[in-house]
Design a protein around this ligand. Structure first.
Ligand code: NCD
Ligand code: ZN
Length: 354
């Protein structure tokens, strides 16, 4: 097979965890060199609930972005929606260009979500204020009801928590984050104001990969990777050209010691090969012509920000004769496993001059 070259508008990552301190220093350069916008998740400890905390975190991210950061790299800050969030502070932060929107975590659903909420509609007045100011709501759509099977929790949350909000406040722009099932795809397709972000791992892996041939803790994330039917439906949505679906890596680094443990931490670190993985999948599906829409245009359009003018050149090598590393080390020696090295054996990319 011949080499393939493809130029696309600079991509955006609409969902990423950059952490703080040594981990931030180690992981931020990958996101900053690859993506124009990065919506940075606020699930630090303590969570980012105020404009001042978001502005300080944004400054730490920019300081950690590294010498190869894109000139147009922009950390996009969202506040953690809980009882500590002050609506007036959020609206003032939005008016100042610091705050972009808010992220809702059901308490206990995932990593650092203990400070989250128990009822999305319980935040109705905040959500109405956000709708009025044009601020989007980003949602971790996963039920925490212990009686609901793990693989059904996205559907359960959507039916019982998210749909009531979408119907009660139709002016609110909503993103279903890291879609893992057809229930997530359906609510996006059925409501013009709802978009969906899709990760590289939910696009390319299913629970057979996770569990069948030796349980693989580095593929464990929330919402948990689901069946092959769900994966195929998600990949069809991403490659379909439907502008409601866009890329959000949910890159979520954890120390190796937390991933290879009795109770495995949820989260997959994919930022170093985030473009390579999605390029290889679109190539396999014969959909490279849809890649630019998915990674560069659809999210910008959903959020009402200008599309990138800068371009990135992707190249697929004829031979996979390099072996990209799957390990990252922070300055204090902590190892983090990287997702997607096989795709990076095929693909490389470079920013093009504007
Ligand atoms: C994320 C993390 O580690 O912060 N983990 C994950 O499995 N995706 C949190 C999240 O987005 O759910
Ligand atoms: Zn996440």
């Amino acid at each position: 097979m011949n080499e393939i070259t493809l130029d696309i508008a600079a991509p955006d990552d609409w969902h990423v965890h950059l952490r703080d301190d040594e981990m931030l220093d180690a992981v931020a350069p990958y996101t900053a060199s690859t993506f124009r916008h990065a919506v940075v998740m606020p699930n630090l400890r303590p969570p980012v609930t105020s404009t001042a905390a978001a502005a300080a975190y944004r400054d730490r991210i920019l300081a950690a972005a590294g010498p190869d950061a894109r000139a147009d790299f922009t950390p996009v800050m969202v506040l953690y929606l809980n009882d500590d969030l002050d609506v007036a502070d959020m609206l003032a932060g939005a008016a100042d260009g610091v705050v972009f929107g808010a992220k809702y975590y059901p308490a206990g659903a995932t990593t650092n979500s203990a400070a989250g909420g128990s009822s999305l509609l319980g935040f109705r007045s905040t959500l109405e204020a956000m709708a009025g100011a044009g601020l989007p709501l980003l949602v971790h759509a996963e039920s925490t009801d212990p009686g609901i099977d793990l693989f059904d929790r996205e559907a359960h949350f959507i039916e019982h928590q998210l749909l009531p909000v979408v119907e009660a406040i139709p002016e609110l722009r909503v993103t279903v984050e890291h879609i893992s099932t057809r229930a997530g795809l359906d609510i996006v397709r059925e409501h013009a104001q709802v978009g969906g972000s899709i990760t590289p791992h939910h696009l390319t892996c299913d629970r057979t990969d996770l569990l069948a041939n030796g349980m693989r803790p580095h593929l464990y994330c929330k919402p948990v990777i689901n069946s092959a039917e769900e994966r195929i439906a998600i990949a069809e949505a991403a490659t379909s050209g439907d502008p409601s679906f866009f890329y959000g890596t949910d890159s979520a680094p954890h120390p190796l010691s937390a991933k290879e443990a009795d109770k495995v931490a949820a989260g997959i670190f994919n930022a170093p090969y985030a473009l390579e993985v999605v390029a290889e999948l679109f190539h396999e599906l014969g959909a490279l012509d849809q890649l630019e829409g998915f990674v560069s245009h659809h999210g910008a359009d959903h959020y009402g920000v200008a599309r990138a003018s800068a371009k990135v050149r992707l190249t697929r090598r004829a031979d996979a004769d390099v072996e990209p590393t799957d390990a990252l080390f922070t300055a204090d020696g902590t190892e983090v496993r990287i997702f997607g090295a096989e795709a990076a054996a095929r693909w490389s990319w470079e920013p093009l001059a504007d």
